[in-house]
Ligand binder design. Structure first.
Ligand code: GRF
Length: 203
């Protein structure tokens, strides 16, 4: 049976694009293993990503966080949208909102995130800017489970990015994202094939 995933985005959605291509293109590594049942965005900057998903015939929802009185109300709406779909995994791909305790509890061990740094060294947004400003010779892209505390879940996969010789933040981002686009789908593949053990039970 194909795994059913929901993808959450906030920005340009290049990770979403890579996942969609791997799910739906002839030589995609996730083809026949996975279907994207919904793409959710929390702000208008993600509309181009939603359009790409629509191009593949995938349902999309723009649930504007700014329309909710707080994070709990916003996350509650997300739970109401997702729960009837019984997704196997919720894949955060550049999603900038923090999910509530209830959301994490409802989908515990089924929520994945990609972080553009080693979370043991740097948590929060702007991981590439941090690496650039620190003149790091390399950084680590991380795929991890989502827990209540930001960037604190179990690490599922990491891959190093060589930053030697970079001339700008844009160089760092380009090198990093090239790795992200491969690593996220490869990690999903391993999870779907049970090569990375995750406790799959609803709590
Ligand atoms: C990526 O760098 C990801 O690691 C971070 O947010 C960014 C999203 O980029 N969590 P995109 O929208 O997938 O292009």
């Amino acid at each position: 049976m194909k795994k059913r995933i929901v993808v959450f985005i906030s920005r340009q959605g290049s990770n979403l694009n890579a996942i969609l291509d791997n799910c739906y293109q002839q030589n995609g590594i996730l083809k026949d293993l996975c279907e994207v049942i919904l793409v959710v965005a929390d702000r208008v900057t993600a509309v181009p990503g939603l359009e790409k998903a629509q191009h593949y015939g995938i349902p999309t929802k723009l649930i504007l966080k700014k329309n909710y009185k707080d994070n709990i109300a916003f996350s509650h709406e997300l739970i109401s949208e997702l729960a009837p779909l019984y997704p196997d995994y919720v894949v955060l791909a550049g999603f900038m909102s923090i999910l509530s305790h209830d959301f994490v509890k409802t989908f515990r061990n089924r929520i994945l995130n990609i972080h553009p740094a080693d979370p043991k060294l740097y948590k929060g947004p702007n991981g590439y800017k941090w690496a650039y400003q620190q003149f790091l010779p390399s950084t680590k892209i991380t795929v991890q489970l989502v827990e209540e505390e930001v960037d604190n879940g179990n690490i599922l996969a990491q891959q190093e990015v060589d930053l030697q010789g970079v001339r700008s933040l844009q160089d760092v981002i380009s090198r990093g994202k090239a790795v992200e686009h491969q690593l996220y789908s490869q990690t999903l593949l391993k999870i779907f094939k049970n090569h990375i053990p995750i406790d799959n039970c609803f709590q």
